[in-house]
Design a protein around this ligand. Structure first.
Ligand SMILES: *[C@@H]1O[C@H](CO)[C@@H](O)[C@H](O)[C@H]1NC(C)=O
Ligand SMILES: *[C@@H]1O[C@H](CO)[C@@H](O)[C@H](O)[C@H]1NC(C)=O
Ligand SMILES: *[C@@H]1O[C@H](CO)[C@@H](O)[C@H](O)[C@H]1NC(C)=O
Ligand SMILES: *[C@@H]1O[C@H](CO)[C@@H](O)[C@H](O)[C@H]1NC(C)=O
Length: 696
């Protein structure tokens, strides 16, 4: 037995030594110098004239803490993948018009925006890179990555050749692309391909070819030399989203054979590429479950992609979803009630790595299935997983109520004498870019008493909390049927009847949350402006003439500098900011953790850790935890701020595991669907089928 063990050990050692001798991915493709980039012949790709299959994983640098980029990239490479793919979020890189941030800005997201560092790091980790610079990226990201200030132009038509749009795109590309063109493969860098626009076939039937041609030409003019792609779902949209000079690729979860067959019909002999092979799915607030995708179903489809028949290339979307931190999540527009659903902050996606970068069964499957298809290159072992800690919790000791929050807003941002409708995007602030994210307060004083009705004409975008004389009147969002009632987006012209109010003058506060802009499809067929952009507010049929309007952007610096705190002595009603802290001693590990909001049962809000906006929580679910990457914590005092709309607790609990919600029944069809019991003033107890559009 002992000698057998010795022999086995020796064999293992020899295998390891042999593996060490193999060239790296980059060495293998460049050992005789770089002569040419990604090309194709007879249904297969060549890279630098050697046979190459794209085995890629999607990781968005803007959704992963930059201290973890290297860890995630190592995990991509160790899965056997040789390429990493990322989108580029225009709305973060140019958050206010004409002021660009590629990692050198002032906001708390700035360190996430150093795309040059990310691309160089990918090369250090032996990965090629596919860049999808948009300008539209979908991605369950606010407005599909477009800056909200584009909407200040009343004639704006995004994703078309409208000159006012193209001018802004050209300016952004003019800043972005020159940072990356030197990092292309044929310049000894890692970028092997670029995508033009994104799922343009889903935009509308009558696509604007001039727009796609403009993007292609602009990219080339700015120095893009590597292969160009477009991506769509060809069985649904054919080639209407394509542009000459770019290879068409396919996005799907099921039906690889059908999609590839269609691609071959559209572009015979071009290699088959699944630009987005969906490994999971995303979640909306108010859905009853966390969407998951069976690993074995994924494996079955992957075997079709990899088969000799299709000889496919694949980008796993997502390989690692990460988090839509802060206010950056997107939303979907539905053809039927409730018309709009916002995405949760977690972008776990049931992907190959979890939101916290942990391995899943899908990781093992992919590694086993991809390795036999690689050329003789060295594949590293997967790095060790990071530990998670359930910290003992933080006590919230002080709070600032809404009136005191208003006192913390600089006078020049308190806009008096305003008329409704008025959207946050149209406020005269941020260097003529308006307010993009957060909450907006509409305040007025009027004379009324019990039985008076307050009517918001049009829709609320997206969720309004009502107070009178500082008292919270809105009920927390705890069930589906509420979406059609006052304060929710689902139905127009909803009224609220005041009760137990003495006749006289009262202060009315309507605080509206921007829950995230639609990111999919025709972005302009739905009002994407937030706040109360559609109509005036009536008190017993009379238009309230004047409002004070106060934006709450919740920038990191502002939150950290808040004053006017009061001690917490009992239950705190929102809207209010609560703060507290947790001390980590020198002997305690600073590790990843999850803030567990499941005991906040009548709540909705956001949480900041040491000034960083982690994202949203909501008792409606399905998601109940917020991922806290360790680099946001430190030894010593860690500060927490919670902005709660309804009813706060005075403690924050931690967990070492995420709670993304109950898991959905296994799927049986290719169509993502959800059924919700819905009761509203319009539809009572009706079962409504909500189709989840392919959301990219
Ligand atoms: C404001 O906009 C102008 C031009 O539109 C730009 O030059 C300036 O840098 C901007 N300022 C800030 C603070 O962003
Ligand atoms: C790429 O590297 C090779 C070898 O170091 C060098 O000869 C060549 O000039 C480089 N090419 C570019 C475009 O920098
Ligand atoms: C408020 O609305 C209710 C229900 O529609 C109505 O009965 C009542 O008369 C209204 N109150 C006033 C003051 O108009
Ligand atoms: C809401 O009220 C406005 C003004 O009275 C009206 O023009 C509009 O059609 C109403 N909308 C709906 C959906 O009833």
């Amino acid at each position: 037995m002992a000698s057998l063990n010795k022999v086995l050990t020796l064999i293992a050692l020899l295998v390891a030594v042999a593996a060490q001798d193999l060239p790296s991915n980059y060495q293998y493709y460049t050992e005789e110098g770089v002569k040419s980039g990604l090309e194709w012949t007879n249904g297969a790709f060549l890279l630098n004239k050697k046979g190459f299959r794209i085995f890629s994983g999607a990781v968005h640098y803007f959704r992963v803490h930059p201290d973890y980029w290297r860890d995630r990239l190592k995990k991509v490479r160790a899965a056997g993948l040789t390429t990493v793919e990322t989108y580029v979020p225009w709305n973060l890189h140019e958050k206010t018009k004409d002021s660009f941030d590629f990692g050198d800005g002032q906001s708390e997201m700035s360190p996430f925006l150093d795309i040059v560092r990310f691309v160089k790091m990918a090369q250090e980790e032996d990965l090629f890179v596919i860049v999808r610079p948009g300008p539209y990226i979908c991605s369950e990201w606010d407005y599909g990555g477009l800056p909200s200030w584009l909407q200040r132009d009343p004639s704006m038509r995004v994703r078309t050749s409208y000159p006012g749009y193209l001018e802004r795109v050209d300016k952004f590309f003019g800043m972005l692309l020159p940072l990356l063109t030197d990092l292309q493969f044929t310049k000894n860098g890692s970028i092997i391909a670029w995508q033009v626009e994104n799922e343009y076939g889903h935009y509308q039937e009558d696509v604007d070819r001039t727009y796609m041609e403009h993007l292609r030409d602009k990219m080339i003019e700015l120095g893009v030399t590597e292969t160009l792609f477009t991506s769509d779902t060809p069985t649904m949209r054919g080639d209407i989203g394509s542009v000459e000079g770019a290879i068409q690729s396919a996005n799907f979860k099921y039906g690889a054979a059908e999609e590839f067959a269609k691609l071959q019909e559209l572009q015979p002999g071009v290699p088959n590429l699944a630009m987005e092979f969906w490994t999971g799915w995303f979640d909306h607030w108010g859905e009853p479950w966390h969407n998951t995708h069976d690993p074995e179903d994924m494996a079955a489809e992957l075997s079709v992609i990899l088969s000799d028949e299709w000889y496919g290339n694949v980008n796993f979307y997502m390989f690692h979803g990460g988090t839509s931190f802060g206010f950056l999540n997107g939303a979907n527009v539905l053809p039927i009630f409730p018309h709009y659903l916002a995405d949760v902050s977690s972008y776990d996606y049931d992907a190959v790595l979890t939101e916290a970068g942990d391995y899943t069964r899908k990781y093992t499957i992919i590694r086993e299935m991809i390795l036999p298809n690689l050329p003789p290159i060295y594949t590293p072992e997967p790095p060790e997983q990071k530990s998670k800690v359930a910290y003992r919790g933080a006590v919230l000791t002080e709070y600032v109520n809404l009136d005191n929050l208003v006192r913390n807003v600089p006078g020049e941002l308190q806009f008096a004498g305003m008329k409704l409708p008025l959207a946050m995007e149209d406020l005269p602030m941020n260097n003529d870019s308006g307010q993009s994210f957060g909450y907006i307060l509409y305040r007025t004083t009027a004379e009324f008493g019990s039985g008076s009705n307050l009517t918001i004409v049009g829709h609320v975008r997206d969720l309004a909390v009502l107070r009178i004389d500082g008292k919270l009147l809105s009920k927390p969002w705890t069930s589906d049927w509420q979406i059609g009632s006052f304060g929710f987006w689902g139905a127009a012209n909803r009224s609220f009847t005041f009760e137990d109010v003495e006749y006289g003058f009262h202060v009315i506060d309507i605080l509206v949350e921007n829950m995230g802009r639609n990111n999919f499809g025709v972005l302009s067929d739905f009002n994407q402006k937030k706040g109360l952009p559609e109509g005036p507010v009536l008190l017993d049929d009379n238009e309230i003439p004047e409002w004070e309007v106060i934006p709450f952007e919740f920038n990191s610096e502002w939150v950290e500098s808040l004053t006017q705190y009061q001690p917490i002595t009992g239950n705190v009603d929102g809207p209010a900011v609560l703060r507290g802290s947790m001390i980590l001693s020198l002997s305690e590990e600073v590790a990843d953790t999850f803030i567990d909001m499941s005991s906040w049962t009548e709540s909705r809000g956001i949480v900041f850790v040491n000034g960083f906006n982690l994202g949203r929580y909501s008792s409606i679910g399905p998601c109940k935890t917020l991922y806290v990457p360790a680099p946001l914590l430190k030894q010593g005092e860690n500060k927490f701020h919670v902005f709660e709309l309804y009813h706060a607790r005075n403690d924050l609990a931690f967990s070492d595991t995420p709670n993304l919600g109950p898991v959905k029944e296994p799927e049986s069809t290719t169509q993502e669907s959800m059924t919700t019991e819905t009761e509203s003033t319009e539809t009572t107890e009706t079962e409504i089928e909500l189709l989840d559009y392919p959301g990219f």
